[in-house]
Write a protein that binds this ligand. Structure first.
Ligand code: NAD
Ligand code: ZN
Length: 351
């Protein structure tokens, strides 16, 4: 293989990630592929590992958002060959079990780890190369007219925003609140627009992010200076929002989401909160006849909807891109993104 010993971003401990030379990924089975990563990015989900709120093993090669070029394929791979440009989705499945055949890799019964970059078993995309199991089922070819940066966010955050809006059951004319104006929240704002939301309120604490939310068509609410409850009730003549999307992943915002929804409304959560128990306001939810949806990104059903929109330029994911850095600068990139400095939203790592 070309890399011999590749460079990768390695997790050591919370707030301690380093670019190191590690063992090359190996073709572990005849269905797998090795992808040389040309562009990767850092996700809010990586920050859970970085901050220590989701445990990770030292030595984990991080990242689950990557695009690249096929470097090698196992003998049973049919649809891909060396040299093809591909996108590696953030959730991978075996492609053959019953949930995978239903295009539901989140439910894969075979792969022990479905998300790259969170464990030692499946190295991530913030590296020169990565191993992808079941290449035929997981990889997506990148149309030649689209550049790497145009499709990079289709690996995770754009489908996550789309999944969040779809799960929220948004209908034309609805009033929607999106909690969090990070990359995922902004993608959810974009998707809420696609489903026909009439008004979209964006709640965050960071002024530059709220300004970005405004550019994406939302009405910003700075939760540091304004109570979102009052603002949303005023805007809806006391009813509350038809749908609330949670794109933060904190106890406070889950509770707030339930409070902001109208009677008969929907709360759709994609923010990651790894707590087995948290105080769920059952009484409020019951009296509100509330629908609560939570889950991982549904990439297989999102991509056929999103690819054409990106191809036709109705969606431009590069609007989220604020920084380009080299893989060697990844530790600084994590700091920048974690501290939300310098207007940082989405960092593309290359080389
Ligand atoms: P991010 O950390 O960049 O964004 C989070 C945003 O929430 C920030 O702008 C922050 O200022 C804001 N925020 C924090 N506390 C708040 C509060 N109390 N009220 C309002 N806003 C608040 O992360 P991101 O990349 O946008 O991801 C958002 C969430 O989505 C993360 O939890 C991430 O793990 C999750 N995620 C889930 C999936 C999935 O499959 N379900 C996929 C990707 C990301
Ligand atoms: Zn992600």
């Amino acid at each position: 293989m070309a890399f011999r010993r590749m460079r990768a971003l390695v997790f050591h401990a919370p707030h301690d990630v380093r670019v190191e030379t590690v063992k090359d990924p190996e073709l572990r089975d005849p269905n797998g592929a090795i992808v040389r990563i040309t562009r990767s990015s850092i996700c809010g989900s990586d920050l859970h590992l970085y901050h220590g709120s989701v445990p990770a093993m030292p030595g984990t090669v991080m990242g689950h958002e990557g695009v690249g070029v096929v470097e090698d394929v196992g003998k049973d791979v049919r649809r891909f060959r060396k040299g093809q440009r591909v996108l590696v989705p953030a959730v991978l499945g075996c492609g053959e079990c019953e949930p995978c055949r239903r295009h539901y890799p989140v439910g894969c019964l075979v792969l022990p780890v479905k998300i790259p970059g969170i464990s030692l078993e499946l190295g991530g995309a913030q590296a020169e190369a990565m191993y992808v199991p079941a290449a035929d089922a997981n990889l997506r070819e990148i149309p030649p007219e689209l550049g790497d940066e145009q499709v990079l966010f289709l690996t995770d955050i754009l489908p996550t925003g789309y999944t969040a809006a779809r799960n929220a059951g948004i209908a034309p004319g609805d009033t929607v609140v999106v909690l969090g104006s990070g990359p995922v929240g902004l993608c959810a704002i974009e998707a809420a627009g696609l489903f026909g939301a009439a008004r979209i309120f964006a709640v965050d604490l960071v002024p530059e992010r709220l300004e970005k939310a405004r550019e994406f068509g939302a009405e910003p609410i700075d939760a540091r200076v304004q109570d979102p409850r009052t603002a949303v009730l005023e805007a809806t003549e006391g009813r509350g929002a038809d749908a609330v999307i949670e794109a933060v992943g904190s106890r406070d915002t889950f509770r707030l989401a339930i409070e902001l929804a109208r009677v008969g409304g929907v709360v759709s959560a994609v923010g990651v909160l790894f707590e087995e128990a948290f105080p769920f306001p059952m009484g409020t939810a019951l009296l509100k006849d509330l629908t609560f949806r939570v889950g991982l990104v549904d990439i297989p059903s999102s991509l056929p909807r999103l690819f054409p929109l990106v191809r036709s330029r109705r969606l431009d994911p590069t609007r989220l891109l604020t920084h380009r850095m080299s893989l060697d600068e990844a530790p600084e990139a994590y700091r920048l993104f974690a501290e939300r400095r310098d207007g940082c939203l989405k960092i593309v790592l290359q080389g």
